[in-house]
Design a protein around this ligand. Structure first.
Ligand SMILES: O=C(O)c1ccccc1NCC(=O)[C@H](O)[C@H](O)COP(=O)(O)O
Length: 261
């Protein structure tokens, strides 16, 4: 039986067929740099996500407006906003990303499942500054090709990994921004120990580490900070909170300052 990632990727193949028929061309737009934010701070960088629904949780919050949510993220000190653009599994939309980009002045991450150059071009047209490449969805050659393609367009590229082999592949292709997903995409089990396991090797390579998924409490944040994370990616905890400031306070107050990459 195929896992959720296989199902999502099968859907993406269909989207790509349609996208290819539109023959979108790169526009070479100026991008906002998340990498330089990381370079210039010792604070834990927060990528705050707009996430209506997910395969693991079903509907998370169908009532939030993407622009108000993103403005609230930016006002509370987020370093970047992530917008889920996949419709079939996350109830996201590229229109959300464009609206968010126009509303805030921080970098915007297109959170999707990219396996083809056309998707990167579409993300550029929508206004994305950062794209995500999931190592589990790509062989080494395609990971390298898409990474290079996106970098040449001026994107920051967050390469997501979940095990040692994927982390080595990300390091090997020269990824400078590596996300450790604490969520197993097959079982949906979340374990923050993933960040503790993989961060030391990634840090040694000189890449910045972003801990992704399942982060809710001050203890969670303290653990990933202590593991060396330079940033965190948080969706559900922000989308289900009455207001986002409490979570930002938790992040600011947790533990000691992390070490830079
Ligand atoms: O969230 C899921 O259920 C999911 C399932 C399959 C593939 C990806 C999935 N999530 C994408 C993400 O990476 C998260 O949205 C992101 O890390 C934020 O996680 P959280 O703070 O736990 O909402």
């Amino acid at each position: 039986m195929s896992n959720i990632l296989d199902k999502i990727l099968a859907e993406k193949e269909k989207e790509i067929e349609i996208l290819k028929s539109t023959a979108l061309r790169p526009i070479g737009s100026e991008k906002r740099s998340f990498h330089s934010h990381l370079h210039n701070t010792v604070e834990l960088a927060v990528i705050a996500e707009f996430k209506r629904a997910s395969p693991s949780k079903g509907d998370i919050n169908m009532h939030r407006d993407p622009v108000s949510q993103a403005l609230s993220y930016a006002q509370n000190g987020a370093a970047a906003v992530s917008v889920l653009t996949d419709q079939s599994f996350f109830k996201g939309d590229f229109k959300d990303l464009t609206l968010v980009k126009e509303a805030v002045n921080i970098p915007v991450l297109c959170k999707d499942f990219m396996i083809d150059e056309t998707q990167i071009i579409r993300a550029e047209h929508a206004g994305a500054d950062i794209i995500l490449l999931i190592a589990a969805a790509l062989n080494r050659k395609r990971l390298q090709e898409l990474h290079q393609f996106a970098q040449e367009l001026g994107f920051d590229v967050l390469v997501e990994v979940h095990n040692q082999a994927e982390a080595e592949r990300a390091i090997d292709i020269g990824a400078k921004l590596i996300g450790i997903n604490n969520r197993n995409l097959t079982t949906f089990h979340v374990d923050i120990a993933k960040t503790e396991e993989l961060a030391p090797k990634i840090k040694k390579s000189g890449a910045y580490v972003i801990s992704e998924s399942g982060l809710k409490t001050s203890e969670d944040i303290e653990r990933v900070k202590n593991a060396g994370a330079n940033g965190i990616l948080v969706g559900e905890a922000f989308m289900t909170a009455d207001g986002v400031s409490e979570m930002f306070d938790r992040i600011k107050c947790s533990g000691k300052e992390h070490s830079s990459a």
